[in-house]
Each structure stands twice: as C-alpha cells, then as structure tokens.
Design a protein around this ligand. Structure first.
Ligand code: HEC
Length: 221
C-alpha cells in the first residue's frame, strides 16, 4: 500500500510540476514578447512627429490670417510703431519693414549684431528673426524671447506685409510636396507596423502551441 501510495503521489507531484513548468514557460513567452510588439511602433511615431515639425514658412502662410496677426502684434506694440509715418520707439518704426533693408530705418541706433546683417527682410529671414531674435542675431538689443508658434508667426508676417507701400508677394504654398510627403510618411509608418506585428504574432503562436502540447502529453505517458 505504501509503495502504491508513494507511486500515485509521485505521479501526481510529477504531473503538477510539469503543468506548473508549462504554465510558467507560456507566461514568460507572453510577457517577453509584449514589450517588443508595443515598443517598435511608438519609436516610429515619435520620429515621424519630429520630421513633420520642420515645414517652411510658406506652408503656414497658406492658412495665415492678417487679422490674427494684428492681434499678435499687440506683443510688439510696446516697442514698435506700425502705422505709416510712425516714430521710432524702443525699437525702430516697422512700417515698410517687410521687404525692406535689414536694420535700415533712418535715425535708429541698431546693435552691431543686427546692423551687420546684410540683405532684406524676406519671409524666411523675418520668420527666423521673430522665432528667436537672440539666435538670429546674437547680441541684439531686441529683448523679446520670440514666438515659438509657427502659425502665430505666419499670421504676424502677413499682417506686417500689409503695413508697407511695397508688399512682398506671398509665396505659393508647397502643399502638394508637403501633403505627399506626409502621406508617404503615414504609409511608411503603417507598413512598418504591419510588418512588425505579424512576425511577432506568428512567433508567439508557434511557441505557445509547442509548450502547451508538451505539458498535456507528458502526464498521459
Ligand atoms: C522690448 C522691446 C521690443 C519688443 C517687445 C519687440 N521688439 Fe522688435 N526690436 C526692438 C529693438 C530694440 C530692435 C533693434 C534690435 C537691434 O538693433 O539689435 C528691434 C528690431 C526689430 C526688427 C528689425 C527692424 C529693422 O529695421 O530691421 C523687427 C522686424 C522687429 N523688431 C519686429 C518685432 C516684432 C514683430 C515684435 C513682436 C513679435 C517685436 N519686434 C517685439 C525692440 C522690441
């Protein structure tokens, strides 16, 4: 009797150990795969989002609104006049600035940083200046942190371009290129996800089938 009991107890214990081992192995396979599946698409999304941020000013000008730009100019009005014939203040009078010479307002004492800049205020130059005066002209006297929002800047530039007798032509938007590029990026992103997911799913499914079959067969034998 003792022998038989021991034998039965031994088989029950053995079956339990095999079943437990199978469960642990299966669980580890699930847990091991899951972070990999989630990780790759997230990295891709972050890269795409970063790439989308670098759009030319012409892109934002396409949907710019001069009335909104006039509201943005309230942040500049403490130092700048904008009306025709307006006086210099803390900053130079800005009527006629768009398209005009950089640091070209008569009677204003510019910093060397800005006075040494060559050329005219184009859309691109003005956009870079307003984004960060300190980066554009290190040592400038304009103590304004800058406008980080691309659309705010485009609105403002469109407004400034109305405050001149000689406005610049508004550049044609680059929408086809930009939209095509964005569409391609989105497709590339989906394609990466689509490639990654089935590969990992197949591996997971195969591994699970193998280990659970093994766990069931051993106690029967
Ligand atoms: C605190 C005062 C102050 C504020 C606010 C300010 N500016 Fe200025 N701005 C200046 C000064 C000072 C200069 C001259 C900079 C230099 O000589 O380095 C300047 C120069 C400029 C110039 C160059 C003009 C030229 O003759 O080439 C432009 C354009 C300009 N500011 C636009 C703006 C706009 C647009 C805003 C609002 C978004 C703004 N500024 C806000 C003080 C200011």
């Amino acid at each position: 009797m003792d022998d038989r009991n021991n034998t039965i107890a031994g088989w029950v214990l053995f079956a339990g150990i095999i079943a437990l081992g199978g469960t642990i192995l299966t669980g580890e396979m699930f847990h091991g795969d899951r972070p990999e599946t989630m990780g790759y698409p997230i990295e891709g999304v972050e890269l795409e989002a970063g790439a989308e941020e670098a759009k030319p000013v012409a892109f934002y000008l396409a949907s710019a609104d001069a009335a909104r730009g006039e509201a943005v100019f309230a942040r500049c009005a403490a130092c700048h006049s904008i009306n025709q014939g307006g006086a210099n203040g803390l900053g130079p009078a800005l009527y006629g600035t768009m398209g005009g010479d950089i640091a070209g307002v008569p009677g204003f004492a510019y910093s060397d940083a800005l006075a040494s800049k060559e050329g005219n205020w184009t859309w691109e130059e003005m956009d870079a200046w307003i984004a960060s005066p300190r980066s554009y002209a290190p040592g400038t006297k304009m103590t304004f942190a800058g406008l980080s929002d691309e659309q705010d800047r485009a609105d403002l530039l469109l407004y400034l371009n109305q405050q001149t007798s000689n406005p610049l032509a508004v550049p044609p938007p680059p929408p086809e290129e930009a939209e095509e590029a964005a569409a391609e990026d989105a497709m590339g992103e989906d394609a990466q996800k689509a490639e990654d997911v089935p590969v990992l799913d197949e591996a997971t499914t195969d591994a699970d089938d193998g280990s659970s079959d093994g766990g069931q067969e051993v106690p029967e034998a």
